[in-house]
Write a protein that binds this ligand. Structure first.
Ligand SMILES: [Zn+2]
Length: 485
């Protein structure tokens, strides 16, 4: 194999980075890379096991004299997101990535680079190999996980019973100088109500909510943007105060984890009541424009005439209207331990009218299992009071709660300060990470994250800073040595 990164440190980690890049390893296709890791570990005479989900666990004994110390776990995911330019000829099932070095930047030719998380995997391979023979370290355990990008599946399936470490360095991270301190858990709930169709009567109008900014339900939930589905609930709830109406159709949002930007409903109102309905819709629109002036100023509500061939019964109309209106949404609790971090939030992401039922999908995120469970209960209770039932209740994707008494975090901060003179930045994530899964599977585990500077993950312009890659590797090695003291 011809290597393209030459004359750079860390030699062995960069060699492994290229070895991995040569093996196709998109999500669900990790078998070959997992076998590569396991075979390499066995060649080195190390304990290694690979499971049916293509996770690999490897153990390397401590440096002579440090066998009595507790083990440290290093973790990274083996899968990458496969993206390519339209005109790039590349078969992600067969072809290795074509890497390009430009100064201190590494990227791939027309595809994702897979530095997310090849950068962590390569560090681990080099440490599992001879690099760790050159400095004192405690016993090392390595967890290479699969299918991270498609819902943390490998980590969820990993049997952790042979992992003894209760200190974990997460290597799916970065940029340099930033550490993560907590991540949220998540759960998806779909409530539904069966349809009861009747022949249409009355005057039909279409209500459209759009112009909203939307955003990610983890990253943007504190921005107080408008949620199109909740706005539709508010409109319908208020229209019900001034006239009788029936829902013919209500839909909104595309993805459970995105704040919905658009929603649409067709309703019919009793003849002669249309003006009152339109007036009420416009009143709510005026209120929204004022309320969202600073956070989502583009909000737009439009009413237009249309036709309808069938309508939902009065009971179903009331049930759906009140469920849209009352199901809790947005930030439910803010952390008093970590500034700016929501403890729990909910996002009413998708509303659908199907032939047989109307569904409302809510995604919860929480760094606290009990607060999550309380809001799940809350949503179900409210939905049931409205007349809906639980159509789907997803599994809880575990959180990594903030650990105030962490020993690793202050150690990393001190070491970073000694080396660079700078302060490390702490970053709290309201989204889900594999570290949440490990946090639940390894009770009491103390976690830090380290990663070099890289960017544009999941896109064809993904890049990694090679100078930073070297510095962070040196830092990890020094941290491991520090853990022998
Ligand atoms: Zn990743």
């Amino acid at each position: 194999m011809k290597y393209v990164i030459t004359g750079r440190e860390p030699k062995l980690a960069l060699k492994y980075f290229e070895d991995i890049a040569a093996i196709p390893h998109g999500s669900y296709n990790e078998k070959a890379v997992a076998e590569f890791i396991k075979n390499r570990a066995e060649e080195l005479g190390l304990y290694a096991r690979m499971d049916r989900a293509n996770n690999v666990v490897v153990k390397k004994p401590a440096t002579l004299g440090y066998e009595h110390l507790p083990a440290v776990l290093l973790q990274a995911h083996t899968d990458m997101v496969n993206e390519k330019n339209k005109d790039t000829v590349h078969d992600f099932e067969k072809d290795g990535l074509e890497l390009i070095v430009e100064g201190n930047i590494l990227r791939a030719n027309g595809t994702t680079l897979g530095a997310d998380d090849g950068k962590g995997v390569a560090y681990m391979l080099a440490l599992m190999d001879e690099d760790s023979d050159k400095f004192p370290h405690p016993p090392l355990e390595f967890a290479f996980t699969s299918m991270e990008e498609v819902g943390l599946i490998g980590a969820m399936k990993l049997d952790c019973s042979d992992i003894t470490a209760r200190k974990l360095i997460g290597l799916d991270a970065g940029p340099e100088g930033v550490i993560c301190t907590t991540s949220a858990g998540a759960q998806e709930i779909i409530v539904a109500c069966d349809t009861q169709w009747e022949d249409a009567r009355g005057e039909a109008v279409k209500i459209t909510v759009d112009g909203l900014l939307g955003g990610h339900s983890a990253m943007n939930i504190t921005d107080e943007k408008g949620n199109a589905n909740k706005i539709m609930g508010r409109i319908l709830h208020n229209v019900a105060k001034v006239c009788d109406f029936r829902i013919c159709n209500v839909t909104g949002g595309m993805m459970f984890n995105a704040i919905p930007r658009e929603a649409e409903a067709v309703i019919t109102v009793v003849d002669g009541n249309k003006d009152a309905a339109v007036e009420m819709i416009n009143t709510v629109f005026e209120q929204l424009k004022t309320e969202l002036k600073a956070s989502d100023a583009g909000v737009n509500v439009q009413v237009s005439d249309c036709t309808a061939d069938r309508i939902l019964s009065a009971t179903v109309t009331k049930t759906v209207t009140e469920a849209l209106y009352t199901i809790p949404n947005g930030v439910r609790m803010m952390s008093k331990e970590v500034e700016g971090l929501p403890v729990t939030s909910t996002n009413m992401g998708v509303v659908k009218t199907l032939e047989d039922k109307i569904t409302i999908n809510t995604m919860l995120r929480s760094s606290s299992r009990s607060v999550n469970d309380d809001y799940v209960d809350n949503i179900i209770t409210v939905a049931q009071l409205c007349g809906m039932y639980v159509d789907y209740k997803g599994d809880w994707m575990p959180a990594w709660p903030y650990m105030a008494e962490s020993e690793l975090r202050p150690l990393v901060k001190r070491l970073y300060n000694e080396k660079t003179g700078g302060e490390i930045k702490e970053f709290a994530v309201h989204g889900g990470l594999e570290l949440g899964v490990f946090s639940e599977k390894l009770p009491g585990v103390d976690i830090v994250t380290l990663g070099c500077t890289s960017g544009n993950e999941h896109t064809v312009t993904e890049w990694m800073d090679l100078d930073s890659y070297e510095r962070v590797y040196e830092f990890i090695k020094e941290l491991l040595t520090e853990l022998t003291k």
